[in-house]
Each structure stands twice: as C-alpha cells, then as structure tokens.
Design a protein around this ligand. Structure first.
Ligand code: GLN
Length: 204
C-alpha cells in the first residue's frame, strides 16, 4: 500500500518536494486545507519563510490538526523553514512554532556570506558517499532534547535530526537529484504505517 504524502502548500518550494517524493516512489499531493490533511498519511513542511507560514497555518485552521495528527503518530518531515516551524522553540526570538520536535533552532544561522551553499555532508543513516546538501539561509540546531537522534552536523552544528515520527533537516534534499533523504523519510512512513496496522490487527 502506498501512503499519500501531503506537502504543506501555503508558501515555499512545494512543487520540488512533490516531484522528488514521486521520483522516490511515493504518491504526493499539495495540502492547503484541513480536508486535504485528512487524506495525507504523512506530511512534509517545505522551505519558505517561517513567520509567514505560522500565521497562514492559524488562518487556514491547519495548526491544531497538524499538532494532533503528529501526536497520534503521523510522520512529518520539515526542511529548512519546516524545521523551524516544527521545533520546540527558536533561539533569541519569541517566535511561535508547532513544538513537534524537542529542539531549539537558530534562524539564518550560517551567516550572511554563507547564505546559500552546497556542502558534501556525511550522513551515516543514508550511507556513503556524503550527501549534496543545499543550505539556503538555513537554521542550525542549538539544543536537542534527550530523545532526539542527531543524524548530521555541519561545522559542529546539528542540521539533521529525528525524534520518533518527526524528521527535520536544515537543508533542501528536494533541490538535488539525490533521493536518499526522501527514501529515508519514506522508510519512516512505512515503519509508522506498519505500527498502525500492527495495532489494529491486535485489537481485532
Ligand atoms: N530563513 C528562513 C526562515 O527563517 C528559512 C529559509 C528556507 O526555508 N530556505 O524562515
């Protein structure tokens, strides 16, 4: 069974994610309303501008249902702005977030001269060779909670993390042709779908 992966489509690089997910073997579609979200078995929050998207999430009535679904086990992946929106909090800023993963992030952390860069990033969880990671005004992770798995670091700072059903990357795997991080997320999606199935078959 293929899980339908929704891509939050309020703002940001939505089409690139949909195309990359489809190339990695998933069925993907744009999520703009709570009804769209109900059809999604997993959700990607793409890159964009985090303060704008938090306001739009409230306005479109998506904030509560996303928090509720993720707490119930729906897999979620935030890239760049999506990582900021998913984080517990933002360093030195009183910025609202969804609090879906126990990390503190710093916005635009890699500095002005480094606003955009492609870095060869070793990620053991997806195997060799290093991953071509595109950073665009990217956040880094300043604090990880006790249950957060640190999957990759750039210049000593966390840039890829996972806590249970939530994955977050500072960089943009949808902007390269390497599909390994998309496949890693789809493996998480399968794993959680299996758990849900496992639960209902024990109940039956
Ligand atoms: N700098 C943006 C923010 O802080 C994130 C940039 C991105 O998603 N490429 O919201």
């Amino acid at each position: 069974m293929t899980t339908n992966v929704g891509v939050l489509a309020l703002q940001g690089d939505v089409d690139e994610h949909i195309a990359a997910l489809e190339r990695a073997g998933a069925a993907a579609f744009a999520v703009k309303t709570p009804a769209d979200l109900e059809r999604a078995g997993a959700l990607v929050i793409p890159g964009g501008e985090s303060t704008a998207v938090m306001k739009l999430l409230e306005r479109f009535g998506l904030k509560e249902p996303i928090v509720h679904r993720v707490a119930a086990g729906m897999p979620l992946w935030g890239t760049c702005m999506g990582m900021i929106v998913a984080a517990r909090d933002v360093a030195d800023l009183n910025q609202p977030t969804l609090g879906l993963i126990d990390i503190t992030v710093r916005r635009n952390a890699f500095g002005r001269q480094n606003e955009s860069a492609e870095v060869a990033l070793p990620i053991a969880a997806v195997g060799a060779p290093p991953f071509p990671a595109v950073f665009i005004r990217a956040p880094w992770i300043e604090r990880c909670g006790p249950n957060v798995e640190l999957l990759a670091k750039r210049d000593g700072h966390g840039v890829m993390v996972r806590e249970r059903n939530v994955l977050a990357t500072s960089f943009h795997p949808e902007l390269t042709s390497d599909r390994r991080v998309h496949r890693y997320f789809l493996a998480m999606v399968e794993q959680f779908a299996e758990r849900v199935k496992g639960k209902s078959s024990t109940a039956a």
